[in-house]
Design a protein. Structure first.
Length: 215
């Protein structure tokens, strides 16, 4: 099975993908995480992506598409992928369809996490991520036990450079203009499932598992 998690910045895509990955054994492929990993490695791709990410703009389609196709061509992705943050434009959606159909695969479900704007901004503003293991916390909703220290591994927590209020607002504008049209696109294809993303994390996960019929 191949699924897409669609939703605005801060909707909880990364959080839910982690649980779905544990539950299903599918591979979580997050475009933003791939860019941040490339940046940590100091690659050209990472530097290029940073120049867009810091402004809250989308990285050009051809760059993202190439990176994702390369990632899903790896053997671990053969059994199914949870796409997080990709596709974000119609061009990306079409490229993904072409790539999957070349391997007799298709997107089975698109889970659209619906969360109101004020809640999105609060989630983004409060997000902290562990530098070492990538665990995510939220200063407002579920802070780490010790300030700025990861409960899981003791690593340092940091705030993403694109999580400032100004950049977050722009990321939302970009989402409304460029990614929201995909909701209708997938609805018309009959693959869209709407999930109420306002609730507690475990309740959202439960709804997703029920919707996918994979309990
Ligand atoms: P990316 O890394 O994909 O960021 P995003 O889509 O903006 O999504 P976020 O990571 O901000 O949010 P999320 O939905 O994963 O929420 P999370 O689970 O962390 O992209 C970053 C940039 O990379 C883009 O701006 C662009 O420049 C570039 N890029 C990436 N993909 C691209 C593409 N395809 N094309 C072009 N450019 C691309 O949760 C957020 C917070 O809320 C956390 O603190 C979490 O703990 C908390 N939380 C989660 N769920 C709940 C809940 N139910 N209740 C309370 N708190 C919750």
């Amino acid at each position: 099975m191949d699924i897409i998690l669609l939703g605005a910045p801060g909707a909880g895509k990364g959080t839910q993908a982690k649980y779905l990955e544990e539950h299903t054994g599918m591979i979580h492929v997050a475009s933003g995480d791939l860019f941040r990993a490339a940046l940590r490695q100091g690659t050209e791709l990472g530097m290029l992506a940073k120049s867009y990410m810091d402004r809250g703009e989308l990285v050009p389609d051809e760059v993202v598409i190439r990176m994702i196709i390369e990632r899903i061509s790896q053997p671990d992705c053969r059994q199914g992928v949870i796409f997080d943050g990709f596709p974000r434009t119609r061009e990306q959606a079409r490229a993904l369809e072409v790539e999957l159909s070349a391997h007799a695969r298709r997107i089975d479900h698109v889970l659209y996490l619906r969360v109101p704007e004020d809640m999105l901004l609060r989630r983004i503003a409060g997000r902290q991520t562990c530098k070492t293991c990538g665990s995510t916390y939220n200063m407002f909703y579920f802070p780490s036990k010790r300030p700025d220290i990861c409960d899981e591994c003791g690593g340092r927590l940091y705030q993403r450079s694109d999580d400032t209020m100004e950049t977050a607002r722009h990321r939302l504008e970009v989402y409304f203009a460029q990614t929201m049209p995909l909701i209708e696109y997938y609805r018309e294809q009959g693959s869209l499932i709407e999930i109420d993303g306002r609730r507690e994390i475990s309740q959202v996960t439960r709804s997703m598992i029920d919707a996918l019929n994979i309990a």
